[in-house]
Ligand binder design. Structure first.
Ligand SMILES: C[S@@+](CC[C@H](N)C(=O)[O-])C[C@H]1O[C@@H](n2cnc3c(N)ncnc32)[C@H](O)[C@@H]1O
Length: 272
């Protein structure tokens, strides 16, 4: 879900942990460290109910992300950070065989109800992914990568599990918006741990994330051997304007998200 960020909210102290979650990939046991998956556990119920109607998601980010996804009929697709399964549902309806991966057990419970046809897996995108080499024709990830600190490791993992010729579509919070809107930013050029309170879901929940400069978005992907194919800075649709005219004007003139498509070339020289 798109955050409605508030100022003065940096609360998470786990800034140097190697893993975001403290549990092993493949649904292993979990440590007691409070972290981002707990935030999404707390948000899961509202996220499940509002995921198809929140203007920032339904009429801004998701249409742009969707526009970058190629024909998936018969394709093996990983939905990385699938949340309550809204996009997973769309991919299955378009004929894909989908694996949904998420760190939040609560989110996955909703995804299981929404998309019983999908294989669902609890794992951490910040660690080794529990899939064999070349398992997928495509990976799609909507608004999940900015919770992972080390994108070098993330892209090496994604490259490994993609077939040569495979595609990677993902969306993220826009680096410009992050730098402007998070209160706890210090240096644009750093990858920084930040936090914002999401209060549009009833209960206020502090959600930690990592903001990064544009160079730290592209460099890890390109250095891993991915090729950039398309880039979209989404603007709101007409449906957004009808639903939320005041916010529409802001979204029309300020960047909120960045949506990208990369491919893993058929033949490549980079080792990972
Ligand atoms: C903003 S929600 C987006 C959910 C879904 N992609 C959508 O667009 O509706 C972010 C999701 O990423 C998951 N997530 C965050 N960090 C993750 C990580 N390191 N590994 C796996 N999932 C993660 C959260 O649990 C949450 O479900």
């Amino acid at each position: 879900m798109a955050p409605e960020r508030e100022r003065g909210t940096g609360t998470d102290s786990d800034s140097d942990s190697d893993s975001e979650y403290g549990f092993e990939p493949g649904c292993g046991s979990e440590s007691e460290r409070p972290n981002v998956h707990r935030a999404f556990d707390a948000l899961a119920d509202e996220y499940d109910r509002k995921g198809d109607e929140k203007p920032a998601n339904a009429h801004l980010e998701r249409p742009a992300t969707r526009s970058l996804v190629p024909d998936v009929d018969g394709a093996r697709v990983l939905d990385a950070g699938c949340g309550a399964g809204h996009l997973t549902r769309e991919l299955v309806d378009r004929g894909a065989a989908v694996v949904g991966l998420d760190a939040s057990a609560e989110m996955l419970a909703y995804a299981r109800e929404r998309v019983p046809e999908a294989v669902l897996c609890r794992a951490d995108l910040g660690r080794e992914l529990p899939f064999a080499e070349g398992s997928f024709d495509g990976v799609v990830s909507s608004l999940a990568f900015h919770y992972v600190r080390d994108w070098g490791r993330l892209f090496r993992n994604l490259r490994r599990i993609l077939e040569p010729g495979g595609w990677l579509v993902f969306s993220m919070q826009h680096p410009h918006a992050d730098f402007e809107e998070y209160d706890d930013t210090e240096n644009y050029h750093d990858v920084e741990r930040v936090s914002a309170v999401w209060d549009s879901f009833g209960t206020a929940v502090a959600v930690p994330a990592y903001r990064r400069p544009l160079s730290a978005v592209f460099s890890p992907a390109l250095e891993t051997g991915f090729r950039l194919e398309r880039l979209v800075e989404p603007t709101p649709t007409e449906a957004y304007r009808r639903k939320s005219p005041e916010r529409y004007e802001y979204e029309r003139t300020h960047p909120n998200f960045l949506c990208l498509r990369f491919s893993r070339p058929e033949s490549e020289s980079t080792d990972g």
